[in-house]
Design a protein around this ligand. Structure first.
Ligand SMILES: [Zn+2]
Length: 234
């Protein structure tokens, strides 16, 4: 069975959640990523109610300006209390809307990576236009990293392949980006590093696997299932 390597379910109403979980029979796990301090408890509550949910807690680069003074201490103790919890969604986003928070993003990102390294937890990373800083920083750590919604240049990908890295794709990403560029990127990523994600509410992930298989010109379902098992057992 597949895993949804990067999802967000913590902000759904009870009705929406019921609907979302009604279509997950074919999934082994859904990795639900918190994005800000305010949704950490909701994410953990979901995971305690539904066995299929694997929680990750973190501060997303869009929300670095919302943290409380004791955010890091709080995150650290929640992670210690929840041994199977990963760290996500974290990263760097230098698109025009968020660039002004660059310095804060760097501080918060590094603090979370320190925590991940200390507690040996996997991290789920969002990166937009911040690859140079990101690569410089992650070089200092030995971590298992998921690059979610991955789309970057071939040069960046080659750098990222030096890490213990997984790359996950949504159907939306695979449909809306140029097929030629996607094919170039995907052919460089080893099959045992590929994953699929909804980046929201789990939908037809089997369709996403079919799109990846079509671009790579081979059947990838089995290996993507194995990759998911491998990642959640990290
Ligand atoms: Zn996300």
């Amino acid at each position: 069975m597949l895993i949804d390597a990067h999802a967000h379910l913590q902000n759904l109403s009870a009705e929406e959640l019921k609907h979302a979980l009604a279509f997950t029979d074919n999934l082994q796990k859904i990795v639900v990523n918190a994005t800000c301090e305010a949704d950490w408890n909701d994410t953990l509550n979901l995971a305690s109610r539904y066995h299929i949910i694997a929680p990750q807690l973190g501060i997303h680069p869009w929300y670095v300006d919302t943290v409380s003074e004791c955010w890091l201490q709080k995150l650290s103790s929640l992670l210690l209390e929840n041994a199977n919890c990963g760290i996500g969604e974290i990263g760097l986003d230098y698109s025009p809307k968020y660039k002004e928070y660059r310095e804060t993003q760097l501080l918060i990102f590094s603090a979370q990576l320190n925590l991940a390294a200390d507690l040996k937890r996997p991290v789920s990373i969002h990166c937009v236009k911040g690859w140079e800083d990101l690569i410089r920083i992650i070089k200092q750590y030995k971590l298992t990293i998921l690059f979610h919604g991955f789309y970057a240049s071939v040069e960046i990908l080659k750098e990222l392949l030096k890490f213990d890295a997984y790359f996950s794709f949504s159907s939306k990403l695979l449909i809306h980006h140029p097929q030629e560029k996607l094919s170039e990127l995907l052919n460089l990523i080893p099959d045992n590093r590929l994953l699929v994600e909804s980046d929201g509410v789990p939908t037809e992930l089997n369709e996403t696997v079919k799109l990846l298989s079509k671009i790579k010109g081979k059947e990838l379902e089995k290996i993507i299932e194995q990759n998911g098992e491998h990642l959640i057992s990290t």
